[in-house]
Design a protein around this ligand. Structure first.
Ligand SMILES: [Zn+2]
Length: 72
């Protein structure tokens, strides 16, 4: 089961919950503070994902050139 970092749209409480994907999709996860199921995901690893994407897009040879292509 994946962990979700969620933020409550109602009271702004941030919490971490382990739930099935289907529970997340069907809004079965509730805020531990106020009980609302209006939750937004918190992307704590967003910066990491972006830098990874840039890295892969930068070199057309996918690293085979040893980063000497000057597109770093
Ligand atoms: Zn709440």
């Amino acid at each position: 089961m994946p962990f979700y970092d969620l933020k409550c749209d109602n009271c702004n409480e941030e919490f971490n919950v382990m739930a099935k994907m289907s529970e997340r999709e069907q809004k079965l996860i509730k805020c531990p503070k106020c009980g609302s199921n209006e939750l937004s995901p918190v992307f704590k690893n967003l910066n990491y994902s972006i830098s990874r994407k840039n890295e892969m897009a930068a070199c057309p040879n996918a690293g085979k050139c040893g980063n000497r292509c000057g597109l770093m």
